[in-house]
Design a protein around this ligand. Structure first.
Ligand code: NAG
Ligand code: NAG
Length: 253
């Protein structure tokens, strides 16, 4: 077993060290042959948070270029989202949710060897959301409708996941990432803006969202969690396809 210390190869997320201007490099990644070519970056050590931060930047560019089949997360379109408050006979449906800003997510912390041998990562993001919002009430048969934009500033996401090392057919070591758990918290209540041709609809929805900030908080958190799962899906794909030595420096430890 090559991996000597659990702490060391936790760092799936932190892939690549960007020595030059990233944009000049990632343009080529589409045609990159993963089987025969090493990634053109020095690997990060797990304790070098600055290296990991730069790696994360590059990683988002790799997602954009759909490297090893990853999917871009900026912008990302999410399926519909519903929130119901049965006690108040209220429900909300959001559709055509378009989230931008994920690629500037900052790495705040890496955590190794959590209970159960899991690893963790703490991200801080600013997300900008546009979509349609429909509000259904018991008081009116026709739903209320508006276009909404939401600004989610400084949202903190804690991601924890199980992992395992595996030797591939090619005799290289790969990291398998298990299911992840995502906990998010907004530093402050997200701000929103509504637009509609129907002025009554706009003001009804607006009043409700202002009256119940927890509702907007909840909607925003659901959106952030979805974005984080999409990011981890990409990490998982990457780690399954790229030998750990290409993005992770564990030889000296
Ligand atoms: C999502 O929003 C971005 C930025 O506003 C825009 O460029 C992109 O076309 C939108 N995508 C869709 C599918 O609406
Ligand atoms: C994330 O983890 C940090 C400790 O690393 C903790 O202080 C914080 O409360 C956690 N946040 C959430 C949203 O779970």
């Amino acid at each position: 077993m090559l991996f000597r210390c659990i702490r060391l190869f936790a760092c799936v997320f932190c892939v690549i060290y960007c020595t030059q201007i990233c944009t000049s490099q990632y343009l080529n990644f589409d045609n990159f042959d993963t089987a025969t070519t090493a990634l053109p970056f020095p690997a990060c050590r797990s304790d070098s948070i600055e290296c990991l931060r730069r790696g994360l930047r590059t990683f988002f560019f790799l997602m954009d270029s759909e490297y090893v089949g990853m999917k871009s997360v900026d912008p990302i379109i999410l399926n519909s989202l519903t929130v119901a408050l049965p006690a108040e006979q209220l429900s909300f449906l959001m559709r055509r949710i378009n989230v931008t800003g994920a690629k500037w997510t900052k790495l705040a912390e890496r955590k190794f060897n959590l209970p159960g041998g899991k690893n963790g990562i703490r991200f801080i993001s600013d997300l900008h959301v546009t979509g349609e919002i429909t509000m259904m009430t018991a008081a009116r048969i026709d739903p209320f409708f508006a276009q909404i934009t939401i600004d989610i500033q400084d949202v903190e996401s804690n991601i924890t996941y199980a992992w395992a090392g595996q030797r591939g057919y090619d005799n290289e070591d790969y990291i398998l990432i298990g299911p992840e758990r995502v906990a998010v918290r907004n530093a402050r209540t997200p701000s929103f803006f509504l637009q509609s041709n129907l002025r009554d609809d706009t003001s009804m929805i607006e009043n409700l969202l202002l009256e119940k900030p927890a509702l907007l908080d909840h909607i925003s958190n659901e959106i952030t969690v979805s974005v984080m799962h999409a990011i981890v899906d990409n990490f998982r794909l990457f780690a399954r396809n790229i030998p750990a030595k290409h993005y992770y420096n564990y030889q000296d430890d």
